[in-house]
Design a protein around this ligand. Structure first.
Ligand SMILES: CC(=O)SCCNC(=O)CCNC(=O)[C@H](O)C(C)(C)COP(=O)(O)OP(=O)(O)OC[C@H]1O[C@@H](n2cnc3c(N)ncnc32)[C@H](O)[C@@H]1OP(=O)(O)O
Ligand SMILES: N[C@@H](CCO)C(=O)O
Length: 408
């Protein structure tokens, strides 16, 4: 089947800012929600730039159900060469999006999340490579997700099926087909994006030249599932959740408090105890002692991140995407993790971070030991950093240096 690049004026996955939950606290930061620009279909030779949309058809998902008339939002940088052999797929983490670098088109004046990694002369050199970055299926930054309108003009909400990493990669495969990319020069992803990159290398080994797996895993551990479960519970026990059908109800803020709480919990996994202790110590945010009504700085920090998050992310997507991480297990139906890893034929770069308490280095040791050809042999490359899991985003220059060992 041919998948279509969209010229439509109103992509099905459009998510107006009004459907994002309102912040629950007066400490909220300014909104990060970006309008979704509507652009024409990408064609070989086009200039890099705007966010575009690919219609990828009906997608039957592993857990049962179908995402009908699914759309993936994506952005590109650089030019596809005549042999279509220089394409690099960059896959974002849980709450990321297609906006890897700026500037792009209208509504995208902002910098991207990997400015120091992707660009002219950088590790993923857009003078050499054609970079494609999709927003994952189930997300809320242009791709079809729970906040998107279904055919009846009502948000999918609770009707949006559970999706898995494999379903999301199947959506990406259709995007690759639509773009005419038979084989990726490389697939690159951090955290949840690394799960997608690995799934590509296992399910479509002939289509992946090399794979970079940063702070990621082969199967989500009990410890990770436990944290995911608490975050989902924080959202779904908020009275504003309404079973997942909270969208566009007059005067209804949605599960904002629950979503903010989930993000605050998640932030603890993203940063290291050492960093938090060194950065905030026991300092107060104001002149008032916390014992007498003031707040600790770290409380304020988490509050800001939690409430800011509610301005840019949909609670329905959050629940579905966290769930997709929990069900991640490359060994499912493939004879176990090690058997699945043996299917990989591409050269792999596996990177762990010393202070990552969410995806500890043991996860990457299992990956490197199981993958047939890893840049660093049976051990991962370990980045010495105090920033915790988020180091793959924060230490971007150093991550770029590591990527050059794979990309040349
Ligand atoms: C691939 C992807 O995942 S893309 C998505 C990645 N982006 C996100 O996850 C968005 C959330 N942001 C983050 O997690 C982080 O900002 C990162 C990882 C992107 C970057 O981390 P850092 O640069 O170390 O930012 P940090 O965590 O220190 O947060 C900085 C903010 O906290 C604020 N902050 C710091 N201390 C306090 C405090 N005591 N009280 C309140 N706010 C505080 C700062 O003012 C700053 O706000 P600003 O952005 O408005 O300037
Ligand atoms: N902080 C990043 C990393 C998660 O793995 C995110 O929210 O996407």
């Amino acid at each position: 089947m041919d998948w279509q690049l969209s010229d439509d004026a109103q992509p099905a996955a459009r998510v107006p800012a009004s459907r994002l939950a309102d912040p629950a606290s007066t400490h909220a930061a300014a909104t990060d929600a970006r309008p979704v620009p509507v652009t024409g279909a990408w064609r070989p030779g086009d200039d890099p730039g705007d966010r575009r949309f690919a219609r990828i058809g009906d997608l039957a998902v592993e857990a049962g159900g179908t995402v009908t008339d699914a759309v993936l939002a994506y952005e590109t940088w650089g030019r596809l060469d005549e042999r279509r052999g220089n394409a690099v797929l960059v896959l974002h983490a849980l709450t990321g999006d297609s906006h890897v670098r700026g500037p792009a088109g209208p509504g995208h004046a902002t910098a991207g999340w990997w400015e120091d990694v992707v660009g002219p002369g950088l590790a993923i050199d857009t003078d050499r490579f054609f970079v494609v970055a999709p927003n994952m299926l189930g997300g809320c930054q242009g791709s079809t997700g729970p906040a998107s309108l279904d055919h009846d003009g009502v948000e999918w909400g609770s009707r949006f099926p559970r999706v898995t990493i494999r379903d999301q990669v199947e959506a990406q495969r259709r995007l690759a087909d639509a773009l005419g990319i038979e084989r990726w020069h490389a697939v690159v992803g951090g955290s949840m994006g690394g799960m997608h990159a690995l799934e590509w290398a296992i399910e479509h080994p002939e289509r992946v030249g090399s794979a970079a797996l940063l702070a990621s895993n082969a199967a989500t551990s009990a410890d990770q599932i436990a944290q995911n479960t608490l975050q989902i519970e924080a959202v779904t026990t908020d009275p504003g959740w309404l079973g997942g059908d909270f969208y566009d109800l007059p005067g209804h803020a949605g599960p904002a408090r629950g979503l903010a709480l989930a993000r605050r919990m998640a932030m603890l996994g993203y940063r290291s105890p050492h960093e938090l202790n060194e950065r905030f110590r026991r300092e107060w945010q104001s002149s008032v002692d916390p014992l007498h009504g003031g707040r600790f700085q770290v409380e304020s920090y988490l509050d800001v991140h939690g409430n800011r998050f509610t301005r840019r992310f949909d609670a329905g997507s959050y629940v579905r995407l966290v769930d997709a991480m929990s069900t991640h297990d490359v060994g499912r139906g493939r004879g176990g993790v090690e058997a699945a890893l043996e299917r990989v034929t591409s050269l792999a770069l596996v990177v762990g971070i010393t202070s990552d308490r969410l995806f500890p280095v043991a996860d990457q040791q299992r990956l490197a030991a199981g993958l047939p050809t890893s840049v660093s042999g049976p051990e991962p490359v370990v980045l010495e950093s105090g920033f915790g899991h988020d180091a793959f985003l924060i230490e971007s220059r150093r991550v770029g240096d590591l990527l050059t060992t794979l990309l040349g």
